[in-house]
Ligand binder design. Structure first.
Ligand code: C2E
Ligand code: CA
Ligand code: CA
Ligand code: CA
Length: 289
């Protein structure tokens, strides 16, 4: 756990206190953070591998703790989920992400005279799909910012397809009705059934970074055509879906993925997640030719 969130509980864990207390403090802080809106969104570019062009972003939440530290979502999303706070935070995330997209579309239209079609992927936790009015809520925010539905994709995990209760099923059906697209995150790490993939409005499969990492050795062995990444790409295309590879860190991985006809890529090699201002510069440089 140590390498994941830097200083995972350090700031909450003075000597002599146990993790349970630290966790309670984090929970309290999180509650206050939601009231005070101490969060911000970072945006990681998603690139078309074939044309090498910017196509969209994944929105990733960050917590700016009053202590000055930036806390990783890996540390607070699970707590937000356990406590149910994820619902309120989740609405803030959808709103903040779409507000930014709206802003960029406007600013860039002024510059280019033409509206770039950059989409945004927003992560959604399975808990959020248990809210009866989830799809309506998302549609309302899209309308509020005057954004067409096709610019938004919700990233959900395979577990959302599996353990679906009545409300979750209703929610997925509503999303389909509204034409709000879904993207399956970390595909291949869970167990989703092919028939479920087919009946839902799933537009994109996202290859987990673990499988992208494997490509490095498979490339050296000349076996990338039998790789899991390659299998997922063929499956996605067979089902008429797009496919995004995440966690691309090397030029080799990018080249292999392109040769396997993977549609889009995301990762530190292409760009780190960017703060709002940096996104604006990034779009101006990469999208205005
Ligand atoms: P994820 O959805 O799989 O997001 C990808 C994570 O990989 C992000 O970490 C991103 O910064 C990181 N990443 C991107 N490129 C690379 C790369 O080339 N190499 C490596 N090693 N990592 C890369 P981040 O932002 O810390 O988010 C971690 C997880 O927290 C996300 O995993 C997602 O499950 C969750 N999360 C983040 N933002 C949100 C959110 O707004 N809502 C919800 N429900 N969950 C979120
Ligand atoms: Ca994601
Ligand atoms: Ca992912
Ligand atoms: Ca992942």
């Amino acid at each position: 756990a140590k390498n994941k969130g830097r200083n995972r509980y350090d700031i909450f864990n003075p000597i002599g206190r146990n993790q349970a207390i630290a966790r309670l403090e984090l929970e309290n802080d999180l509650r206050k953070a939601i009231e005070r809106q101490e969060f911000c969104m970072y945006f990681q570019p998603i690139i078309c591998l074939r044309r090498n062009t910017l196509c969209g972003f994944e929105a990733l939440v960050r917590w700016h703790h009053p202590s000055g530290k930036m806390i990783s979502p890996l540390d607070f999303i699970p707590i937000a989920e356990d406590t149910g706070m994820i619902n309120e935070l989740g609405w803030w995330i959808v709103r903040a992400s779409l507000r930014q997209m709206r802003l960029w579309q406007d600013q860039l239209r002024v510059q280019s005279g033409d509206r770039p079609r950059l989409w945004v992927n927003v992560n959604v936790s399975p808990i959020q799909l248990k809210q009866a009015n989830f799809a309506q809520g998302v549609q309302q925010i899209l309308d509020e910012y005057g954004l067409p539905n096709f610019l938004l994709k919700l990233e959900i995990t395979e577990s959302c397809l599996l353990e679906s209760t009545g409300t979750e099923n209703q929610c997925l059906a509503d999303l389909k009705k509204y034409g709000i697209k879904l993207c399956i995150d970390d595909f291949g790490t869970g167990y989703s059934s092919l028939s479920r993939l087919h009946e839902l409005p799933i537009h994109t499969l996202k290859i987990d970074s673990a499988f992208v990492k494997d490509l490095q050795t498979e490339y050296q062995n000349g076996s990338c055509h039998n790789s899991i990444a390659s299998t997922i790409i063929k499956l996605a295309h067979g089902l008429n879906m797009d496919v995004v590879a995440e966690g691309i860190e090397t030029e080799e991985q990018k080249l292999v993925l392109r040769s396997l006809a993977c549609d889009y890529g995301q990762g530190y090699l292409l760009s780190r997640p960017l703060a709002e201002d940096a996104v604006y510069d990034y779009i101006s440089k990469n999208c205005m030719d």
